[in-house]
Design a protein around this ligand. Structure first.
Ligand code: GN1
Ligand code: MG
Length: 362
């Protein structure tokens, strides 16, 4: 294990480090919490950035700086209070003037820990409604960001591109596992054309790209002690995308009655109460800028994200588990099955979702 305290010493943090412990359960970066000795010094969150995925650290941190600066400015203009708990703040490395530190092998960054905040792995209808409002507001606030944000992971949520990667994985079959998952491959293939609808609409000029968060899992929101949303964290993938990204990925995690990697498919269903609460919240804060094409495709977005995530998990399984952290050898396959089950459950509820949305906007 690296000497984490030594890493911390390169950053312009306040206080004396008391302990450093793992935090959260992200599948890409490693996250730690740094507790300081002094009562009045901030605690911090430190991350080892997965450099094989985020290959351009300057691009990554420049994007995040642009986003956080813009959000801060918007909050100030709106006369918001408690802004330090609503916008992430990354700590400088004085020797380079950058917001990350390279130790010769790994890349690290540190942000201030937001006091009295909590994350959750599951949410009820009330929290989902607040989350919906928060994501709509997040997109609205970033609509006029003056900087051009780059794609920190090119084609991140491009379904056609993900299909191409999936087909490459099957063709190369590096792990030799492709035969064993033929049933899952077939489940994916039969939906592929429909699921690439967003890219077609975009090419036809019918669907815009907007600045989105692109990783709106439930556990990427911070709530305060009273249950209000403080902010959205995990800003690595903030980039131009379809609004479906944020809408769909939240429901993928929040409305799933089971786990993302549930080994028991009976547990996996799509909770319509969560769907309704989240959709109402999202439409309330986003309807001023959403186009009819965006609104009418929200049920499609709900199906798209478990589907796309299944495609990515299965491609990784066939590639030999080189992208997502796994806890056991079959993990990516189990994740794929659970996500595909969620797609099936969602497909049964498409008409119901459409009715709800139509009713809401009238
Ligand atoms: C990854 O890092 P984390 O766990 O928040 C992934 C998301 C997936 C998610 C699946 C950069 O997110 O796209 O939806 O796992 N992030 C990246 O749980 O690939
Ligand atoms: Mg995360």
């Amino acid at each position: 294990m690296k000497d984490l305290k030594e890493i911390v010493s390169h950053f312009d943090t306040e206080g004396t480090t008391f302990e450093i412990k793992p935090l959260g359960n992200g599948l890409i970066n490693d996250t730690y919490i740094i507790r300081t000795v002094e009562a009045d010094a901030l605690d911090y969150v430190m991350q080892r950035i997965n450099h094989s995925i985020f290959t351009d650290l300057d691009c990554l941190m420049d994007n995040i700086e642009a986003v956080t600066n813009h959000l801060r400015k918007k909050h100030e203009e709106a006369g918001e209070t408690d802004i330090d708990r609503k916008v992430l703040h990354f700590i400088n490395v004085p020797e380079t003037g950058k917001k990350y530190y390279f130790d010769g092998e790994n890349y690290w960054r540190i942000m201030a820990y937001i006091p009295r905040s909590a994350t959750f792995e599951t949410v009820d209808a009330k929290y989902s409604n607040l989350a919906g409002q928060a994501f709509g507001k997040f997109q609205a606030m970033l609509a006029d960001i003056p900087d051009t944000l780059r794609e920190t992971i090119p084609n991140f949520h491009n379904m056609e591109f993900r299909m191409q990667q999936f087909h490459d994985a099957i063709k190369e079959n590096r792990s030799g596992r492709a035969d064993e998952v033929k049933d899952l491959i077939a489940e994916i293939e039969k939906r592929a054309y429909d699921m690439c609808r967003a890219e077609r609409l975009y090419r036809e000029g019918k669907l815009p790209k907007r600045i989105c968060h692109c990783d709106t899992k439930v556990n990427n929101m911070l709530f305060d002690e009273g249950g209000d949303v403080l902010c959205v964290i995990d800003l690595d993938t903030v980039m131009p995308s379809f609004v479906f990204s944020d809408y769909g990925d939240f429901l993928r995690t929040a409305a799933n009655t089971g786990l993302e990697d549930d080994p028991n498919l009976e547990n996996v269903d799509f909770n319509m109460e969560i769907f309704k609460a989240f959709t109402a919240g999202y439409l309330e804060s986003a309807k001023s800028f959403l186009t009819p094409v965006e609104i009418e495709n929200l049920p499609y977005a709900a199906a798209l994200f478990p589907y796309q995530t299944a495609v990515r998990f299965l491609a990784d399984y066939i590639n030999g588990d080189i992208y997502f952290k796994t806890q056991y050898p079959e993990h990516n396959k189990v994740r794929t099955r659970a996500q595909l089950r969620l797609v099936e459950q969602i497909e049964k509820k498409m008409a119901q979702m459409q009715d709800y949305i139509n009713g809401y906007i009238q």
